[in-house]
Design a protein around this ligand. Structure first.
Ligand SMILES: [Fe+2]
Length: 270
């Protein structure tokens, strides 16, 4: 399927903020709050990967408190196609198929507030297009449905199951691990098609029919939304995303050299 690229994307040039670190941090924080994401274009990638990683971490620490990705508490995560992973539930960072619009860590007790991605190597196959969709645009379309109010109430007030991906399971010997919670909260959405649908396929009694209907209506609103922004993350693009108010995704890619770095963060306490 051909994806039409959007024109209006929130991009700021890194060079406009060279030697103005505080201004850059303020701008990123403001955009995370008001826009939901910001792309910092032309961020410097050094020849030394470790040095690039440590500068990326230093900047991210000014935006939020970095949090670990797995039980080993790895802070900087490499996003690369991992054809050797045999997990039943692979994370999107491990494969190269399309990643439909979702929020990260929707299965955890406290999904991170923000995350940043730095593109070291973009896919050179025409794939790997990024998608962004804001919660406010989802709610507008959901509320416009005949039974929108009723559906929103179910999504806010009942607990939905999310299956925990294998790499994040606390107890590896257990067959499946679930986390339960509402899909919508105040200024927050937790959404990913496969962690919900695989949970239901494992045990259909985890949800009522009304919940499944509400989920299906929301899925339709999310995956067929005309407000979805589509763009390429270029090499040297550093994107910060508000993981509570903004969904993200990417199209399939075949270039195995595509390489991004990710850091997850929670809001700094004042
Ligand atoms: Fe993701």
């Amino acid at each position: 399927m051909e994806v039409k690229l959007s024109k209006l994307i929130n991009i700021i040039p890194f060079k406009d903020y060279s030697n103005k670190r505080n201004k850059l941090v303020d701008k990123i924080l403001l955009d995370l709050k008001l826009v939901g994401y910001v792309v910092v274009r032309g961020y410097e990638i050094l020849k030394d990967l470790e040095e690039t990683k440590s500068q990326f971490l230093e900047l991210s620490k000014l935006i939020g408190d970095p949090v670990g990705h797995d039980l080993d508490n790895k802070i900087i995560w490499d996003i690369k196609s991992n054809s050797t992973s045999k997990s039943f539930i692979k994370t999107y960072s491990e494969h190269s198929h399309e990643a439909e619009l979702h929020t990260d860590s929707q299965y955890s007790n406290y999904p991170e507030d923000f995350f940043s991605l730095l593109t070291l190597k973009k896919a050179n196959c025409g794939g790997g297009i990024s998608y962004i969709l804001k919660l406010e645009d989802i709610l507008t379309d959901l509320r416009a449905l005949d039974n929108g109010k009723e559906l929103e109430k179910i999504l806010r007030e009942t607990n939905f199951p999310f299956i925990v991906p294998n790499v994040f399971k606390k107890n590896k010997s257990e067959n499946h691990e679930f986390n339960f919670g509402p899909i919508l909260r105040d200024n927050e959405i937790r959404f990913r098609v496969d962690t919900f649908e695989k949970a239901i396929n494992c045990d259909s009694s985890l949800c009522t029919m009304q919940q499944i209907d509400a989920y299906k209506a929301l899925k339709n609103v999310v995956l067929n939304n005309t407000k979805t922004i589509t763009f390429y993350l270029e090499e040297g693009d550093l994107i910060f995303i508000n993981n509570k108010t903004t969904l993200h995704g990417r199209s399939m890619f075949t270039d195995e050299n595509r390489h991004l770095l990710r850091i997850r963060m929670n809001k700094l306490t004042e």
